[in-house]
Design a protein around this ligand. Sequence first.
Ligand code: SIN
Ligand code: FE2
Length: 216
Amino acid sequence: MQDLFDPSGEKEALHEPLDEGAMLLRGFAAARDTMLLAAIDSIATAAPFRRMITPGGFEMSVAMTNCGTAGWVTDRKGYRYARHDPDSGKPWPHLPKEFLDLAKAAAMEAGFPGFVPDACLVNRYEPGTRLSLHQDRDEADYGHPIVSVSLGLPATFQFGGLKRSDPVKKVALRHGDVVVWGGASRLFHHGVLTLKDGEHPLTGRRRFNITMRKAL
Ligand code: SIN
Ligand code: FE2
């Protein structure tokens, strides 16, 4: 199954280690792009994208929604995982099997066999939006990796270290790229620089990111 992603057999070219436990898999999701985007569309029909409010009272520039058993939310009360969409009171849409398969395959490829996510955050970036440097630390167990899929317009991903002040690598993420981080880099700071304007044949003036985690 995994080899569908690498018909040329040039597996090594897919792997770009970023740090200990962190790996960029170039184009790993590219063959599944239309399926992923169609799934994002149906998720957003059931649970529309919204700009959430940080505990400090700022509206995030990136619009978000979720699927899975739990979804990541923020409001004046704080950051957390919630089983229901606070906007509708309904459970989040199911995590599509195709997302699960992709997350498992990517995690395996990066050295984390047995990964089964239960939460999927879907981010929508428009030109001018950004996600400042942060850690993913609202999950119950940091023993599980994070699988992050990029679709649409390219972006510059920042990947730092445990301390916010640690040096930051800048990584160009393009349509179909997947980043996996876990182990020693599970709590490393990361973010996305302000999205430049552009036009992507499948997404127009937008970038989507789906981030899968084991949250509960
Ligand atoms: C995130 O940190 O949740 C998103 C990262 C990305 O958009 O690439
Ligand atoms: Fe994150």
